[in-house]
Design a protein around this ligand. Structure first.
Ligand code: DGY
Length: 325
């Protein structure tokens, strides 16, 4: 007799190897066309499903969660960030939530360095000049950017990704400052300067890298007042969440030259980003690609599946359980 496989609905089209394992372990409803579910459609489609494998941007808010059928027992998000899931609302319904920490640290830190270098070295202007056939040849004053080596980098949020950004920046002999909820032990701090109050760090930031999660406390944290505390011509890098930045303030500082440039991979309200970014030549912009390597997306998917399998098949606590704060 074969035992019944638990039923799992995938809200997005996931990498092929991930969907293969999803279908092997579960009676899975895939979303091969990657059609976006809104809340009511997801509630309807989840009828009879025990697990939901979702992703960043899905509408797993309190309203959707309140309407989910009683069959749903776990929401496993294919992401480290889980601000799109109302964990407290899920707890109220007895639904557990899990995420995929650790596996996207390196890929995201790599993109942070790409953003940092792309912004500092005017990569957007350079590639545009070349691809629009406007490059007339090497010039002594052409596209002079900001030197990176030896500069000071302030990191807001020194978790796994922040630390990986610091490690990479040390290869550029950058001096590391950081602010975090708690100070790191010396072996992880590696000589970086800790600022208990993140505002005190800003004056030291030739570069500021945002690696903090989106929470009510970090919402629009980079605002006009804080930008004013940074050195003239500083550079802002955001690979965490767009909502940590006040877009209007950042755009205005980039327009005026108060900030020299920005390297941004994540946007508030993405994909409908603030239109002001499109006009800025000194903004190096990427479409939320921090974790976009085959290896990383597979690892994220396998982690999301480990969580689903632990809970729905083995009856164990998911290894990456997210607790309501
Ligand atoms: C995450 O996992 O939170 C990422 O932003 C998605 O790439």
């Amino acid at each position: 007799m074969t035992s019944r496989k638990p039923k799992v609905i995938a809200t997005r089209h996931f990498p092929p190897d991930v969907e293969k394992r999803l279908s092997a372990s579960f009676e899975a409803l895939l979303n091969s066309e990657d059609k976006l579910y809104d809340g009511p459609a997801l509630i309807k489609a989840s009828a009879g499903y025990e697990g939901i494998m979702c992703a960043a941007g899905d509408p797993m808010n309190a309203e959707t969660i309140a309407g989910l059928p009683a069959s749903v027992r776990i929401i496993s998000t294919f992401s480290v960030g889980y601000e799109h899931v109302d964990v407290a609302a899920a707890a109220k319904r007895g639904i557990v939530v899990s995420n995929t920490p650790d596996v996207l640290t390196d890929a995201t830190a790599d993109i942070a360095l790409l953003c940092l270098l792309g912004a500092a070295r005017r990569a957007h202007e350079g590639t545009t000049m070349l691809r629009t056939h406007n490059w007339v040849g090497w010039e002594p004053t052409q596209l002079m950017g900001t030197h990176v080596t030896g500069k000071r980098l302030g990191i807001l949020g020194m978790g796994r990704i922040g630390q990986a950004v610091a490690d990479r920046a040390r290869a550029f002999r950058m001096t590391i400052h950081y602010s975090n909820r708690s100070r790191l032990p010396a072996d992880l701090e590696k000589g970086a300067t800790f600022h208990a109050n993140p505002d005190d760090m800003l004056q030291h930031c030739d570069f500021l890298s945002i690696n903090a999660p989106m929470t009510p406390a970090t919402r629009k944290w980079v605002n006009a007042e804080r930008i004013a505390k940074m050195p003239q011509g500083a550079i802002v890098v955001n690979t965490a969440r767009g909502g940590v930045v006040d877009d209007e303030a950042l755009i205005s500082a980039l327009k005026s030259g108060r900030l020299a440039a920005a390297g941004i991979d994540v946007f508030d309200g993405e994909p409908k980003i603030n239109q002001g970014y499109y006009d800025l030549v000194n903004a190096f912009l990427l479409p939320h690609m921090g974790s976009a390597t085959v290896e990383t997306r597979n690892a994220m998917g396998f982690k999301a599946l480990d969580n689903l399998e632990a809970y729905l098949i083995s009856g164990k606590t998911p290894p990456d359980l997210v607790k309501a704060s």
